[in-house]
Design a protein around this ligand. Structure first.
Ligand code: ZN
Length: 214
């Protein structure tokens, strides 16, 4: 089924909660949200002169969260986008940011998929918090899935994957938006690239965090 048809069906039919299948306007209904309690938070120092990179995720990438991400990413069903955006926005508004920076896809991949899931989430957060989305980063390397590579190979493989097109990030505080963080190699490379463009502060917000060792 095409993405358009799926989205039309989704709009017409009463939506149901991903967990309990009861009718719900939100991807996870109010009583089920209590069962989620998995905030991930970590810090990583990239450059001595910069503040440490804060990495935060409201959910772990498993069960219904994984299902929701896959529906967005592979089926183009955006029902869960506001759900993730809302939880990320709650974390993001604790700090001050000038731009949201979705992790860009290589244009070939975006063209094939028709959208970039991180950008869809970022657009929704942008509406909620009125922080503009910065679209000046391009992915110049179309890296294959990195799952078969070792940690070292991944880092090597992703080097130079991003290009920043202008100087608007200079001196700015940036919140990178991702859908799922696995090893973090890609997203951290993006942070590094933004710091090289003299961003003042860069943090990472991902809708879900893959459990290590999976
Ligand atoms: Zn429910």
């Amino acid at each position: 089924m095409s993405r358009l048809i799926k989205n039309i069906i989704n709009t017409l039919l009463p939506s149901t909660c991903y967990m309990c299948d009861s009718f719900s306007e939100r991807a996870v209904c109010k009583s089920c949200i209590e069962k989620f309690n998995t905030i991930y938070r970590n810090e990583k120092r990239l450059f001595l002169k910069n503040p440490p990179l804060l990495i935060q995720a409201p959910f772990v990438y498993k069960g219904v969260v994984k299902e929701m991400i896959e529906d967005i990413k592979y089926h183009g069903v955006f029902f869960a986008v506001p759900f993730f955006a809302e939880h990320l926005a709650a974390m993001i508004k604790e700090y001050e940011y000038d731009f949201l920076v979705p992790v860009p896809l290589h244009f070939l991949r975006k063209w094939k998929r028709g959208f970039n899931q991180s950008e869809e989430i970022a657009k929704e957060i942008s509406k909620m918090l009125r922080i503009p989305v910065y679209r000046g980063v391009v992915r110049v390397k179309n890296t294959k899935t990195q799952t078969s590579l070792s940690r070292k190979e991944r880092i090597e493989n992703i080097k130079g994957a991003f290009k920043v097109k202008d100087d608007r990030v200079k001196g700015k505080r940036l919140a990178i938006i991702d859908d799922v963080l696995t090893t973090g190699a890609t997203t951290i490379e993006l942070a590094r690239t933004l710091y090289q463009k003299e961003a003042k502060k860069v943090d990472i917000y991902t809708a879900s965090m893959a459990e290590f060792g999976q």
